[in-house]
Design a protein around this ligand. Structure first.
Ligand code: FAD
Length: 431
């Protein structure tokens, strides 16, 4: 029967992991039907909401994802939060297999006193804000201070530092949001410290890949080679901005302003290394150092959340326990991307691991591990969503938003002006 030939597969999350897994399945199984569920109104995950606006070339992968979405056997189901609008057991009933590719949406907390003070924000929220993530659009970071301090020395920390330091005339031609550009134009920040627990040899950005090196270099060049004639447009032109790396420092306490109303500095424990190379451990020397700063950005990592009580989750590693993408103890369930490996690795790493997950799934199909009785796929989920008042959006809907963003961007000389208000986005879609 044809149903047996057409496995219905559901992918949760439309970031690189979701799209690359879908691509592999569609390419290597001529009948597979793939539905990609996404909680946002728009596709592409961190390619849209993570990758820095001044790195447009990284976003070219969107063209490949768009080709995948155009397959007649692929459908994008945006505006559907799995675990809330539809349960995992419902998806498992409707589909032959479910691939979890929902990324790492949380951030690690610092776990130190004062962390809740105004002026302490997570790099994740800050990145979401300048990249137009709807939930962060009202972040309104206060850049009315001369020193910002970033805790963490990974790629995200470098992106954040670069955005704080880059002259706005270089950012205004990117897809950074109008709101972020406006706040950055008024920024008083002159100095950015990038603080790490360990030494230069262990800093996260010094590992293997050339990308972090390239980013560090970019940061250096951008801030060092500021064109002198740009003076006047931007107050930053008048006083050169500075940044620095501080190694072997671990945050102990955020210090409050005298009225207790906001951050005024941070107390850092001075560390020393025990052991050598990448495995060296930082241990406190007992000395502390207070650094005045008006803004603390914590960039100590992203973190996955459990999606549903029925899905195995390792809270310590922050991943779904799996073997080559097969979720342990849960036949028919797979995972790929950051929720499979943990929140590290570039898009190319995510691509490779997603292809491997796709391969494992197809192997299971072929070997009859997955029961191939008739399944209804989206035909079963659609009425459930309707009853719950959920209004899914399609890839064509995204293309309407895309068109609007590009048109608005054109006026401002940018590749696009991202829409950040879901209500407005829904109005454009329904128009
Ligand atoms: P994500 O891209 O996060 O995609 C997960 C998707 O799942 C999201 O769209 C999310 O909305 C959706 N989702 C979450 N929960 C649910 C749910 N319950 N229901 C439905 N959908 C859900 N890599 C590079 O190669 N170059 C770069 O320049 C680069 N810059 C980066 C900058 C930052 C700030 C960050 C954080 C990462 C960067 N990366 C970069 C890494 C790259 O973004 C990741 O490797 C990749 O995005 C991971 O893909 P993913 O699909 O696992 O996760």
């Amino acid at each position: 029967c044809t149903l047996e030939l057409a496995p219905h597969i559901c992918v949760v999350g439309s970031g690189p992991a979701g799209f690359y897994t879908a691509q592999h399945l569609l390419k290597h199984h001529p009948q597979a039907q793939v539905d990609i569920y996404e909680k946002q109104l728009v596709p592409f995950g961190l390619v849209r909401f993570g990758v820095a606006p001044d790195h447009p070339e990284v976003k070219n992968v969107i063209n490949t994802f768009t080709q995948t979405a155009y397959s007649p056997r692929c459908a994008f189901r945006g505006n559907v939060t799995v675990g809330r609008d539809v349960s995992m057991s419902e998806l498992q009933e409707a589909y032959h297999a479910v691939v979890l590719s929902y990324g790492a949406e949380d951030h690690r907390t610092l776990g130190i006193p004062g962390e809740e003070l105004p002026g302490v924000i997570s790099a994740r929220d800050f990145v979401g804000w300048y990249n137009g993530l709807p939930e962060n659009r009202k972040l309104a970071p206060n850049l009315n201070c001369d020193t910002a301090l970033i805790l963490g020395q990974g790629n995200v920390a470098l992106d954040v530092a670069r955005i704080l330091l880059t002259p706005t005339e270089l950012l205004e031609k990117t897809d950074i949001t109008a709101e972020a550009l406006n706040v950055l134009e008024q920024s008083q920040v002159q100095r950015v410290w990038i603080v790490g627990r360990r030494g230069p040899l262990q800093a996260a950005f010094t590992i293997k890949a050339p990308r972090p090196r390239k980013r560090l270099l970019e940061l250096l060049v951008r801030t060092a080679l500021k064109p002198p004639e740009a003076k006047g447009i931007d107050r930053r032109a008048e006083t050169p901005r500075a940044w620095g790396l501080r190694f072997l420092r671990s945050p102990q306490k955020v210090l409050a302003s005298p009225d207790g109303g906001r951050v005024a500095g941070i107390r850092l424990a001075v560390m020393k290394l025990e052991g050598s190379g990448e495995n060296a451990q930082a241990v406190p020397t007992g000395a502390v150092e207070d650094v005045p700063c008006g803004l603390v950005l914590s960039s100590v990592g992203y973190k996955s959340r459990p999606i549903d009580p029925t899905v195995p989750f390792d809270p310590k590693l922050g991943i779904i326990p799996n073997s080559e993408g097969r979720v342990l103890g849960a036949p028919g369930l797979y995972c790929s991307g950051w929720v499979k490996r943990g929140p590290t690795g570039v898009i190319a790493t995510t691509m490779n691991d997603s292809f491997l997950t796709g391969q494992a799934l197809l192997q299971d199909l072929e070997e009859g591990v997955l029961p191939l009785g008739p399944k209804l796929g989206y035909a079963m989920i659609e009425p459930l969503l309707k009853n719950r008042g959920v209004q899914p959006v399609s890839f064509e809907d995204w293309e309407k938003l895309d068109e609007e963003e590009v048109a608005q961007g054109q006026v401002a000389g940018k590749p696009r002006e991202k829409l950040v208000d879901p209500q407005q986005m829904l109005r454009i879609i329904r128009h």
